[in-house]
Design a protein around this ligand. Structure first.
Ligand code: ATP
Length: 269
């Protein structure tokens, strides 16, 4: 990513159209703005185009129409490698490699200082895990090592990505069940990371969506609503429907966004 310009957003989509095949647009006129700090949640049913937004941000594809700006500069004009060096991606699949927890954290940044490692452990809420493991950071994890839960694995991946000090972190939140402790840890991590850099989360959990500074609802490639949780409760029939489903559930049963819910709602008022 280029050097920041005062006042510019870290990323902006301006009326972006994109399709994998000619004549079949997957994103249709998508616009949004990502400030330098803060948590933006991207929600919508399966196939709405959320992962495609991430693919365009990383510049695996260019828009067919419209523009994507990073720090005010058109992505098409930026060197791909330089642009990607400012972006961290944590996807749903977070394998733990053979080796110790420390090696898992630092394999992409072996020169990271002890203080840097401490910082990302704190940010990713891994302090308790380190204390619990028999050899702390030197405990073997992964195959035949100490078993980490899905939530811990994802926070290890977040910590590893943060070591590179990305300006923008893209997080594809797990759809799989997390226990209450891991769910709360993920929410705290998201809050802490959002204080450090720009964060876009493909979100599937009410606990993380309701604390986002901005929620964008994508429906069949179109931004059908955006705003805070409170804005959307007031303005979006779709969101109200989701919120009613979520809050109707047992609080101990972490709720995820039903993949087909959007298609079954009435049109927006
Ligand atoms: P999910 O929540 O299931 O991951 P999503 O909202 O992330 O869905 P995308 O993965 O962005 O949606 O897919 C949007 C549309 O683009 C879908 O119709 C999908 O089939 C199509 N699509 C995604 N990737 C490709 C590809 N590489 N080639 C062709 N079509 C694709």
């Amino acid at each position: 990513m280029p050097t920041p310009r005062e006042g510019s957003a870290v990323l902006e989509f301006h009326d972006v159209w994109f399709g994998y095949e000619p004549g079949r647009p997957v994103l249709r006129g998508v616009s949004f703005r990502v400030p330098r700090r803060g948590h933006l949640a991207l929600i919508g049913p399966s196939g709405a185009g959320k992962s495609t937004v991430f693919a365009l941000i990383e510049r695996f594809y260019d828009p067919d129409r419209g523009r994507i700006l990073a720090d005010g500069a058109d992505l098409r004009r930026l060197d791909r490698t330089v642009h990607r060096s400012g972006i961290g991606l944590v996807d749903q699949d977070c394998p733990v490699l053979h080796g110790t927890l420390l090696e898992n954290l630092t394999y992409a940044a072996p020169e990271a200082s002890g203080a840097e490692v401490e910082r990302v452990i704190e940010l990713a809420g891994l302090g308790e895990l380190v204390t619990r493991l028999p050899l702390g950071l030197d405990t073997p994890v992964g195959e035949r090592g100490a078993a980490l839960s899905g939530g811990e694995r994802q926070r290890v991946a977040i910590a590893r990505t943060l070591l590179a000090r990305p300006r923008l972190l893209l997080l594809d939140e797990p759809t799989a069940h997390l226990d209450a402790e891991n769910e709360a840890a993920l929410r705290r991590t998201i809050d802490q990371v959002a204080a450090e850099c720009a964060l876009i989360v493909i979100a599937h959990r009410f606990t993380t969506i309701r604390t986002a500074a901005q929620v964008i609802v994508l429906d069949q490639g179109v931004v059908s609503a955006s705003g805070t949780h409170h804005d959307l409760v007031a303005s979006s029939g779709y969101y109200r429907g989701l919120a009613a489903e979520w809050t109707g559930r047992d609080a101990d049963s972490p709720a995820t966004v039903p993949p087909t819910r959007l298609n079954s709602t009435e049109p927006e008022p």
